[in-house]
Write a protein that binds this ligand. Structure first.
Ligand SMILES: CC(C)(COP(=O)(O)OP(=O)(O)OC[C@H]1O[C@@H](n2cnc3c(N)ncnc32)[C@H](O)[C@@H]1OP(=O)(O)O)[C@@H](O)C(=O)NCCC(=O)NCCS
Length: 188
């Protein structure tokens, strides 16, 4: 992490980010149970860096880390909330060790998939974070077999960059990732 740089705290988007069928807000302790339950889904642990097995303490740590990241300016984490006020996913942007860059990650509950929620949430958060966090580059990496997420990246306007072999360790194994990025000039 670029700990030599002091970032200002991040302020919440006003009005809150959202689109038809959902809105985004920071996670709170009242979300621990639903996040814990939804993160039992094997497709989420297969394709993201969430701990496996996923315990309640991990959901608590997620909420605490989100609050700390908002305060330190290191990242912005949101839960995706349906119009009926149910948490149906998460989306987060974290600064990386390479100054001026950040990475975006997300998951959507199995029941809520296929409605354009991830791609619209990624579109909203990526544009907001590039401006608010003054990013030169926002990157998005997907497991090479995660075709739904690669489609999300394309639909959200990210540009394909390539296949990075053995890029990340997930559940104890190195995995190849297909990487995309969004930079400020893509938004002009
Ligand atoms: C990836 C994920 C976030 C997508 O969420 P979602 O809300 O269903 O995404 P969207 O509806 O915005 O878009 C999904 C797109 O992928 C397509 N898709 C779904 N499964 C697919 C597959 N197996 N192969 C190719 N495309 C696929 C859908 O048809 C849709 O594209 P379309 O609108 O052109 O038809 C969700 O499946 C998920 O949470 N998966 C587990 C965790 C994960 O992979 N997170 C991302 C880590 S990088």
């Amino acid at each position: 992490m670029p700990d030599e740089i002091d970032y200002p705290p991040l302020t919440l988007p006003e009005p809150p980010l959202g689109d038809e069928g959902f809105f985004l807000r920071p996670p709170s302790m009242s979300d621990v149970e639903i996040v814990y339950r939804l993160c039992q889904d094997p497709s989420i642990s297969r394709f993201t860096t969430i701990p496996h097995p996923y315990e309640r303490v991990h959901a608590i740590e997620y909420v605490e880390r989100a609050a700390a990241d908002w305060d330190s300016g290191m990242g912005a984490s949101f839960v995706i909330v349906s119009n009926s006020n149910e948490v149906i996913g998460t989306i987060s942007v974290f600064r990386t060790a390479n100054s001026g860059t950040a990475e975006i990650g997300y998951w959507v509950a199995a029941d809520a998939r296929g409605q354009g929620i991830a791609s619209r949430a990624v579109r909203l958060v990526s544009r907001w974070s590039i401006q608010t966090m003054n990013l030169a580059r926002l990157q998005l990496g997907t497991n090479r077999e995660n075709f739904a997420s690669q489609r999300v990246a394309e639909k959200a306007g990210f540009k394909y960059e390539g296949l990075l072999r053995n890029w990340r360790e997930i559940r104890g194994e190195r995995v190849d990732e297909v990487h995309f990025s969004l930079i400020p000039s893509d938004l002009e």
